[in-house]
Design a protein around this ligand. Structure first.
Ligand code: T3D
Length: 234
């Protein structure tokens, strides 16, 4: 595999001896995932898997953050009112990525600089070793946009930090449907395999992705204002 570091590519791959260094490279968006970055990361993993000289993967992010999860510009409500099916997008992109990472034939290390948010936090914590810089922050920011943690987040959280701590501090005025779905997901995670839980998250996120609180959460983020959640289901 050729060493490669080109600007303008959403994912960079570099070889340092037996280590393949993968850098998420959309620093102006805190390395949030758009479709091109998903495609680039899948291609990087294809390349690495086909290279017998690769003995470890180091995943990191360019700029001041590791990864801010899904790029919400791709989730802006369409003027036609047409909505994105988050069950489909998880099934097409994030779930295959997590399954692939967990099945990697070589050890995976994630170097987290700055913020790891949303699916970016889940992605980092699925690696075998997580190296957190002093600047590192893991933010399961999903409830701010009316969703539950996905990409295996609801499976990881109770295992890594316990149920009570993860559910603390939820207040009225936040997206109620997402909080109830989070409780259900964390209960299901106790007995589910990661594979089963990825499917549970996909179904829950599909439902929440059609809720008014998700539309409000995305709009509020893009307009840089506080969200006004109603807790209503449709
Ligand atoms: O949709 C599906 O397919 C389902 C799957 C979902 C998986 C998910 O990951 S959902 C969760 C998505 N992520 C978030 O909700 C996080 C959104 N971002 C933030 O809350 C904050 O940006 C951070 C806490 C991560 C960092 O805050 P801060 O103050 O350090 O930086 P900032 O100023 O907010 O962000 C810097 C720039 O990156 C800014 O752009 P600008 O104003 O300089 O032009 C900001 O808009 C942009 N950015 C950050 N995160 C995202 C983003 N742009 C698009 N999508 C983002 N996720």
């Amino acid at each position: 595999m050729a060493s490669e570091r080109r600007s303008g590519q959403p994912v960079l791959v570099e070889r340092e001896g037996g280590v393949a260094v993968i850098t998420l490279n959309r620093p102006e968006r805190l390395n949030a995932f758009d479709v091109a970055m998903h495609t680039g990361l899948a291609a990087a993993l294809d390349e690495i898997e086909g290279d017998p000289g690769c003995r470890a993967i180091l995943l990191t992010g360019a700029g001041r953050g590791f990864c801010a999860g899904q790029d919400l510009n791709e989730r802006k409500a369409a003027p036609t009112g047409e909505r994105v099916d988050l069950g489909e997008t998880l099934g097409a992109h994030f779930n295959p990525l997590i399954r692939r990472l967990r099945a990697a034939k070589v050890p995976t290390v994630c170097a987290v600089n700055g913020v790891a948010a949303g699916a970016g936090a889940s992605l980092a914590l699925h690696c075998d070793i997580v190296l957190a810089a002093r600047s590192a922050k893991f933010i399961f920011a999903f409830s701010k946009i009316g969703l539950i943690p996905d990409s295996g987040g609801t499976w990881l959280l109770p295992r890594l930090m316990g149920e009570a701590r993860a559910l603390a501090g939820r207040l009225a005025g936040e997206p109620t449907l997402a909080h109830v779905a989070l409780r259900q997901a964390m209960e299901a995670a106790a007995s589910n395999s990661l594979d089963e839980q990825l499917e549970h998250e996909r179904a829950a996120q599909r439902r929440l992705g059609f809720s008014p609180d998700y539309a409000e959460g995305v709009a509020a983020f893009l307009e840089k204002r506080a969200p006004r959640f109603t807790g209503r289901d449709g």
